[in-house]
Design a protein around this ligand. Structure first.
Ligand code: GAL
Length: 456
């Protein structure tokens, strides 16, 4: 069908979720407490006071959810392992029941012909590790490696892609600098050591996974093109600084073994030996890409700074995110700019050259406030358009020489969208959070047809 973007043979099409956003069952089978349990219990943190206590009840309903993926024909499923299920206090004694859950999940995926892709840390840090300093402490990086070894040994024979980290930028900026995510600290630029410890944890975990026999290891890091608000020097400088903070700070050390200029000094040093670990070569690099950022010098816009990812931007920063005009937006207010997908891929290809391994889009997606219509369907044509156009943008990048191997839709299910609670719906499958009824949306059907056309 001409409606479908032309993607290479062997290109992986998958879906993605994360443990705290879908599993629920927070007190079951010996799971320990995570920073997100703590954060959600604090008044005013999450819209409508919602929590991940039940979420999509995926912990109990995973077999049905895998059947849905199988029916659509997805090649792969990117899920995350809840660290506090496996190690309730983050280290020490393994909770066998917790590890068994992921063993069953992985077996079910393999039986369905879906490649399991596992993230080790998608933000639900064991609370006990937070109490010992969280990512402000270097020790947490060592604990991530220990946990990686345990999980790698158990699941390494079946999991086909590994990601120690999801979006270290968001953990650093939203968790520790601005406080909009768990653990809710507002350290501003003092949060920079968190980035270093996350990156060190990544490098150590890559090595631990490899020692456990896992041979396809990457990362899921979020990146977006940063556009200067104008061609003035002040706006360009501000945009450069922003690009350094949200893109290069997290990609340069991993891909080139060096921090971008000016950042190494802010890290708990000396960092040279750590950088050698952080830059352990990856089998592939995962980019989560949603929307570009428009950035100018502070005070340059009469409307003040725009919210980023739904979150207000604190005052006093040396840059100012701006509202992107002339593009449609999702119901979350994020601009829809498919060309940004091509741009970030081409930028990475040009910036890192041979140091960039094959790339996967480990997340892309959009939130619309979908409802089940009178005819029983969910008619999310804007989500169909989003994915059609973003996949076409990936195809354009491939045509210009970027080696992109796959695309994971965020998300399989509507789920717990962090500080936004259940308001924002990213799923291909609608979830009624009272009844837990799943209703595949039109976008799910679109992927089903796309995949069928690819594997007739
Ligand atoms: C990413 C994150 C996901 C999901 C998505 C949509 O930043 O990895 O967990 O919430 O954004 O906002």
């Amino acid at each position: 069908m001409s409606d479908f973007p032309a993607l290479p043979t062997g290109f992986t099409i998958g879906t993605a979720t994360a443990s705290y956003q879908v599993e629920g069952a927070v007190d079951e089978d010996g799971r320990g407490r995570s920073v997100w349990d703590t954060f959600c219990a604090e008044p005013g943190r999450i819209k409508n006071g919602e929590t991940g206590e039940t979420a999509c009840d995926h912990y109990h309903r995973y077999a049905g959810d895998i059947a849905l993926m199988k029916d659509a024909g997805f090649d792969a499923y990117r899920f995350s392992i809840a660290w506090p299920r496996v190690l309730p206090t983050g280290s020490g004694e393994v909770n066998a029941a917790g590890l068994d859950f992921y063993d069953r999940l992985v077996d079910e995926l393999v039986a369905a012909g879906i490649a399991p892709a596992a993230t080790l840390f998608h933000w639900d840090l064991p609370q006990a590790l937070q109490d010992a300093g969280g990512w402000q402490s270097r020790e947490t990086a060592l604990r991530l490696a220990d946990y990686a070894a345990i999980v790698g040994e158990r699941l390494g024979d079946r999991v086909q892609m590994w990601m120690p980290l999801n979006e270290p930028m968001v953990v650093t900026m939203l968790g520790y600098a601005t406080g909009l995510h768990a653990p809710g600290l507002q350290l501003g630029f003092e949060a920079l050591p968190v980035a270093h410890h996350l990156l060190l944890g990544h490098g150590l975990a890559v090595q631990a996974l490899r020692s456990a026999g896992c041979d396809s290891v990457g990362i899921a890091s979020n990146h977006a093109p940063t556009w200067p608000a104008s061609s003035s020097d002040a706006d360009r400088e501000a945009a450069d600084l922003y690009d350094g903070l949200v893109n290069r700070l997290f990609a340069d050390p991993v891909l080139t073994g060096a921090y971008p200029e000016g950042f190494a000094e802010a890290m708990p040093g000396p960092v040279d030996d750590d950088l050698r670990i952080i830059s352990t070569p990856l089998d592939w690099y995962g980019i989560n890409c949603y929307a570009p950022s428009l950035v100018g010098a502070p005070g340059g816009s009469p409307d003040g700074p725009a919210a980023v990812g739904g979150a207000p931007v604190p005052a006093g920063l040396p840059f100012e995110p701006r509202q992107i005009a002339d593009h449609p937006t999702t119901d979350f207010g994020w601009p829809i700019v498919p060309s940004a997908m091509t741009e970030i891929l081409v930028t990475f290809h040009e910036r890192y050259g041979d140091a960039l391994p094959p790339v996967y889009i480990t997340e892309s997606g959009c939130s619309f406030h979908d409802v089940v219509a009178a005819d029983g369907g969910v008619h999310d044509e804007r989500r169909v358009a989003y994915h059609r156009e973003h996949l076409a943008a990936v195809a354009t990048a491939i045509d210009t020489g970027v080696d992109v191997r796959g695309y994971f839709v965020w998300s399989l299910l509507d789920n717990f969208e962090w500080a936004e609670g259940y308001t924002e719906r990213f799923g291909l499958v609608h979830v009624d959070f009272d009844s837990q009824v799943r209703t595949p949306k039109d976008s799910y059907r679109w992927f089903q047809q796309l995949i069928k056309a690819r594997h007739p």
